[in-house]
Design a protein around this ligand. Structure first.
Ligand SMILES: Cc1cc2nc3c(=O)[nH]c(=O)nc-3n(C[C@H](O)[C@H](O)[C@H](O)COP(=O)(O)O)c2cc1C
Length: 238
């Protein structure tokens, strides 16, 4: 597969086969991704690779938090606050991935979400089904491995930039091995389930997760939201 083919054929994968990734394959993908450029060649990111039992434990803990949070969300305000605080379900991630999109980007985000629901046969107003789909994030879409990405806080946006380049390399290298990936901001909502199972330096902050495994045959994996055309990103001369 050449780079251009890989760029056009990569899709976010949201249903994985129940099949482990051989350790040497995963190691190869990571080694390839580590060839990425970075500011001053510092590669200011660290990754927690969760497979097997650890992955299962993190998944269980995230899903339990998600389930409790979904119940609490439906309660009246005072109860919501009470259960939010006492139920240990308030987001404890290092960053807030649930950002408020500015108006000019909101439409694309909305269309992307609706397109995904349509592919999954979920009606716009079927909030239960939407909730279940959101939960799939915390189930890692059944991927056998999940990679949590941390960036050095001192570098601010620059370490995020380096980590983003690393992630794209990782996704393309994964494709070369027949693997699929889904980068997931959602996996940064709660930080404690991962941090307590890995030796993470306090200077490193969780920015996102990435599910990785062999893609399953579900139609959701063929969902291909339209990319911007060149003229919508190139600025016009002043
Ligand atoms: C930083 C980042 C965070 C994302 N977070 C999520 C997520 O939490 N859940 C999810 O299902 N997809 C997530 N995605 C996948 C995007 O929805 C997807 O990349 C976009 O719709 C374009 O589709 P494509 O990846 O198939 O080209 C994320 C992608 C990126 C780059």
């Amino acid at each position: 597969m050449n780079v251009v083919d890989a760029l056009y054929h990569r899709r976010s994968i949201r249903q994985f086969e129940d099949r482990e990734i051989p350790p040497d394959v995963l190691e190869r993908v990571l080694d390839h991704a580590l060839q990425s450029p970075s500011g001053g060649n510092t590669q200011p990111y660290r990754i927690a690779v969760a497979t097997g039992q650890v992955r299962q434990e993190i998944r269980d803990e995230l899903c339990a938090k998600y389930d409790r949070a979904s119940q609490v969300k439906k309660m009246a305000l005072p109860l919501k606050l009470w259960h939010g605080v006492t139920g240990n379900i308030l987001p404890d991630g290092d960053y807030n991935p649930d950002v408020k999109y500015p108006q000019e980007l909101r439409e694309r985000k909305f269309d992307c979400g609706m397109g995904l629901y349509e592919t999954l046969g979920i009606e716009r107003k079927d909030y239960q089904a939407r909730d279940r789909q959101m939960r799939r994030n915390f189930e890692f879409f059944d991927a056998p491995a999940v990679i949590f990405v941390y960036i050095n806080k001192a570098l601010g946006v620059y370490s995020a930039l380096d980590a983003g380049i690393f992630l794209q390399s990782l996704m393309l290298a994964a494709q070369e091995e027949g693997l699929g990936t889904c980068p997931q901001g959602a996996l940064a909502v709660w930080g404690s389930p991962v941090r307590k199972r890995f030796n993470v330096d306090p200077d490193y902050k969780l920015i996102c997760g990435l599910s990785i495994g062999y893609p399953g045959g579900h139609a959701v994996n063929r969902y291909a939201p339209e990319k911007r055309s060149r003229d919508t990103v190139i600025l016009k001369p002043a």
